[in-house]
Design a protein around this ligand. Structure first.
Ligand SMILES: Nc1ncnc2[nH]cnc12
Ligand SMILES: [Zn+2]
Length: 321
């Protein structure tokens, strides 16, 4: 029996499928700048991270009510379950919603509703990670953390995402210190488009427990040795890396090299509605194009459970122990 998967790196707003964009636009009377589904789909051609983020932020304007967020999260959980996911740690971007007038309690009411019943409904245990938009002002991140801590909500952790280059982890030391001292788990995107030094900063200054992406660690031998030694999990997103031109093709993806180096790598979908698939699609394409073996898939599945923030009991259950 193969080990089930934990998905540790996906943005719930990035699971907003074109059909749901149109449905929510109609429900909320939002005018979309697209003629039809085909017109929208024709825009899913990205040249870098920013070109994707522009569409990602534009499309999420259809998300307005708690019900919208609950529907979005349930759609992801159902699809993830069908792809073999049994545990999911889900990023959401509070500032992307509060900045356009959607209150955080509405966002969290919807997400918490779906997450709270995900194990019973879909067989997927799940948690929420609030991610700081690193390209917005630091005081806004401080205020977001204040609100998350003040509200009585089931948020497990704090993350760091959005445009990376020019926005180093060092900007957010105080935010992450305070998150940690208030019991939140911490992770950060680093080494996607940004340099290996951002990975070091995330570890040394933010003291995060996992690195999201981290593929650019390979440019720095000493950093790889450290990540191996400390078994720092890297939540790699192969289809995302190809679509955002971090790597040229899946056949050239460094995933196997990372595994062979002894890095604690996991495979994730990042923004499945934008990058050509969910986590099972990532695995299928890796099998077809990188020749990923069953043994490598099993290692990646076990890594995903090990690297998760699930309870020891849940981990043992998922690992079949
Ligand atoms: N791949 C990615 N990198 C940084 N921020 C993101 N937000 C959503 N997807 C992201
Ligand atoms: Zn991401």
């Amino acid at each position: 029996m193969s080990t089930p998967l934990a998905e540790l790196h996906m943005h719930i707003e990035g699971s907003l499928e074109p059909e749901l964009i149109f449905e929510l636009a109609q429900r909320n009377k939002v005018d979309l700048p697209y003629r039809d589904l085909d017109d929208l789909r024709s825009r899913y051609e990205f040249t870098d991270l920013q070109s994707f983020l522009d569409l990602y932020f534009a499309n999420m304007t259809v998300l307005r009510t708690a019900q919208d967020f609950a529907d979005l999260a349930r759609a992801y959980l159902a699809r993830a379950a069908a792809g073999g996911v049994r545990h999911a740690e889900i990023f959401f971007n509070p500032q992307a919603h509060t900045a356009r007038g959607v209150p955080l309690p509405a966002v969290l009411e919807g997400l918490a509703d779906a997450v709270g019943s995900s194990e019973a409904e879909f067989g997927v245990s799940s948690d929420l990670i609030a991610a700081v938009l690193r390209d917005r002002p630091v005081p806004e991140a401080e205020a977001m953390l204040d609100e998350v801590l003040r509200l009585d909500v089931p948020v497990l952790g704090l993350g760091l995402d959005s445009a990376e280059v020019g926005y180093p982890p060092s900007l957010f030391v105080d935010v992450f210190d305070r998150a940690r001292s208030n019991g939140l788990r911490t992770v950060a995107h680093a080494g996607e488009e940004g340099p290996p030094d951002y990975i070091r900063q995330a570890l040394d200054l933010l003291r995060v427990e996992r690195i999201d992406h981290g593929v650019r660690c390979l440019e720095d031998e000493a950093l790889v040795a450290r990540l191996v030694e400390e078994q720092v999990p890297l939540t790699v997103c192969p289809l995302s890396n190809v679509r955002l031109r971090v790597v040229d093709t899946l056949a050239e993806h460094p995933l196997r090299r990372m595994l062979e180096a002894g890095l604690l790598v996991t495979v994730n979908s990042d923004d499945p509605a934008y990058f050509g698939g969910y986590v099972d699609d990532n695995f299928a394409r890796l099998q077809a194009e990188l020749g990923l073996t069953d043994a490598e898939r099993e290692t990646l599945a076990r890594n995903s459970i090990r690297a998760s923030f699930a309870s020891a009991e849940r981990k043992a259950e998922l690992l079949g122990g």
